[in-house]
Design a protein around this ligand. Sequence first.
Ligand SMILES: [Zn+2]
Length: 291
Amino acid sequence: MIPITKKISVVSVPNNGRFPYCYCMLIKDSVRAIIDTSCEEKKAREIAAQGLDLVINTHFHEDHIMFNWIFDKSQIWAHSMDAPAIRSLDLWKDLFGFSHYGDNDLGDIYRKNIKAKSSPVHRELQDGELIDLGTVKLRVLHTPGHTQGHCSYFEENEEILYAGEITLSNFGPWYGHLDSDIDQYIKSIERCRKLKPKLVISSHLGLINDDIDKRMQAFLNRIYEKEAVILNELKTPQTLEQLTEKKLYYGTKRQLPHFRTFFEKVAIHKHLQRLAAAKQIVSENGVYFTV
Ligand SMILES: [Zn+2]
């Protein structure tokens, strides 16, 4: 446990918080609550054994809801747009877009590989609500983009932001499935930045208390940097498949297993849709090129 305030701590996790883990925020107040549950199983069981009233999820992905099922005596809350996929893993495949992109078989394999179990969601959250845990009060910030129902949580007294997938990583935002939206992601990052939090808890980097504003901007800029590379590539007309092979999203240093190649394709396609909407590119018969 990494203590933050008298009542708030962050659960330390293996693998430096990388997938399938995430840093979870534990609040021991009049109401005992945890944000996300993808820590180690042993730790989740310990926290559950001490008594926990409430699980609050940022979004439906495996690396955030992994051990919701252990907290079977707790309430589970999540945004209304992600709640259905937490309740039913069958919805996952659709939200990832495997069938939409004609990769149904890959979707079936992915569905089988999901280690998380579905769980109930007892209450569906909306933007702006205040979750009153006692001294600690969390403002619900609906920050879509990564998923449609992604939420960040802001403790206004201490100015602590549990940012979720606004991770501030060097890689930048992840928008590699059908349910993602780059324009929404941009707005969500800007919204979090304007809060000027004193401390950010990133799902996959943990505590960040220095250069927050600069890091928010750099995180946002990764979208524009990747888009500029794609735009430059399209001086030569290319198909989505040709662009996908160039690993413009994940980078050429990374080996891309099957799933990642799919996420790469979807992320590039999201950029193509954005560039087409901005009339910077056009497409003819599946071939994209600059105007
Ligand atoms: Zn996620």
